[in-house]
Design a protein around this ligand. Structure first.
Ligand SMILES: Cc1ncc(COP(=O)(O)O)c(C=O)c1O
Length: 429
């Protein structure tokens, strides 16, 4: 009954974990949620008010498919100022959330069999669409030893004449790695020297404002020769805590390419709700936004330190301090060995192994026995995840819950008997 192409579409487990959390809660656990990929703040009121006023004023009809001019202008201005380039609003296309840009980019530039390089660990929807369009997935290892920042040498090794798209993400989900200016220049040089002229670069910068330690966000689009081949994605979900509003945008290398994205909008969604776009324009234009962003970043900064310190005190867990976004990505190899997760995984059939990993077993053990919701390594691009044992913890939760969650993880990783019993009972899938 179903079309063949559906078997190539992956998913984002963050949205699927909900059912397991409901089951764990129903079993009596008070779950600490480290799984949330969204700020735990609400959209600032000066932005929300504009959305409400616009609905009251009846601004709730179809609108321009590429986005309302006021918002496209505000985006063009912001991107020009922050990236040191000159973006015309006709190169900007607005869509509901950031995700459509990932789909549109794969649909626009990639034919079956073309090679696409994307980060692993990386945002899962990249791999999902890469396989959906029947491209050859080329996962780019993001290494803990490099502080989870993408290394130019690793990228250089993967580029071939058949590479048609290189996907970058800084600050990174799930690792919190940030590519600095010097590495970004080296990455641009690698692309200029090695990539086919028709190879596009896609840069996902939805966490552009969430950086720590006085760092400034670097973008590949600012590097010489890159603006004319780069699709830049950003949006309002993370910066302005507007995940449920669904607002994101792409900046295309040419007006012609923006027209293609506009036509994809027409085919998929017609347009982005106009009252949401007006609120999005307010977010970009009202100076109060900078104050709200600073408050949020300060909270994420404090929490990452809290969680990393706590995790590093646990035997079998090591955690790099993230430099951006609101995630930490601890290495749990020692803990997996200690509780028996590696042995339990090795004892599985190849079919079972294909859907699991030691970190998946740990994820489920933590949730169902200790009431801690985390995300396992394969949730962030399965290809390239073999042999890697990590969890992603979001710090978008209050300090008290974070501390309680870390305490429970500390208890769980010492509970080899509990783990053996959990596996013997059958791990929920
Ligand atoms: C790296 C990255 N890109 C894109 C998105 C999607 O953002 P949106 O909710 O605006 O579609 C996310 C959301 O978690 C993300 O982490």
């Amino acid at each position: 009954m179903y079309a063949d192409r559906l078997k190539n579409l992956g998913t984002e487990n963050a949205f699927k974990l909900g059912d397991h959390i409901i089951a764990a809660t129903a079993a009596g656990l008070d779950v600490v949620k480290f799984n949330l990929g969204e700020p735990d703040f609400d959209a600032p009121m000066h932005i929300a008010k504009v959305g409400m006023e616009q609905i009251e004023a009846g601004n709730s009809h179809y609108t321009a498919p590429a986005g309302i001019p006021g918002l496209r202008q505000a985006i063009a201005r912001q991107v020009s100022e922050t990236r040191g380039i000159d973006v015309d609003m006709n190169r900007v296309v607005v869509h509901p959330g950031a995700k459509p840009s990932i789909t549109y980019t794969l649909l626009t530039y990639v034919n079956p069999g073309d090679e696409v390089i994307y980060p692993s660990p990386g945002f899962p929807v990249y791999e999902s669409w890469v396989t959906f369009v029947e491209a050859k997935p080329v996962p780019l290892r993001i290494r803990e030893s490099a502080g989870f920042a993408l290394r130019p040498d690793d990228l250089a090794e993967l580029i071939t004449d058949r590479t048609r798209l290189i996907m970058l993400n800084t600050p990174s989900n799930p690792c919190g790695g940030v590519v600095g200016e010097e590495d970004m220049a080296a990455i641009a040089q690698v692309i200029a020297e090695k990539a086919h002229p028709d190879c596009r670069v896609f840069t996902d910068e939805v966490y552009e404002y969430i950086v720590f330690d006085g760092l400034t966000h670097s973008s590949i689009i600012s590097q010489p020769g890159m603006e004319e081949r780069t699709v830049l994605l950003s949006g309002h979900s993370k910066t302005y805590a507007m995940t449920g509003w669904r607002l994101g945008y792409s900046v295309l290398p040419t007006v012609e390419e923006a027209e293609i994205f506009k036509n994809l909008n027409i085919n998929f969604i017609s347009c982005t709700p106009p009252f949401i776009q007006e609120a999005g324009r307010e977010a970009l234009e009202n100076p109060q936004s900078a104050v709200e962003i600073a408050k949020m970043v300060e909270a994420f900064d404090r929490r990452r330190k809290l969680v990393v310190e706590g995790l590093n005190a646990i035997d079998g867990v090591t955690c790099v301090m993230p430099r951006g976004a609101f995630y930490v990505f601890p290495n749990i190899t020692g803990a997996c060995e200690n509780v028996g997760a590696i042995d339990a995984f090795n004892a599985m059939s190849p079919e079972e192994q294909a859907k699991s990993s030691p970190s998946t077993l740990m994820q489920m053990f933590l949730l169902y026995r200790y009431g801690v919701a985390t995300m396992d390594r394969p949730s962030f691009c399965r290809l390239g995840s073999e042999g890697e044992n990590y969890l992603r913890l979001s710090t978008a939760t209050d300090d008290e819950s974070l501390l309680e969650g870390v305490r429970r993880i500390g208890d769980a990783v010492q509970d080899a008997d509990g783990f053996a019993d959990f596996v013997a009972q059958g791990v929920p899938s």
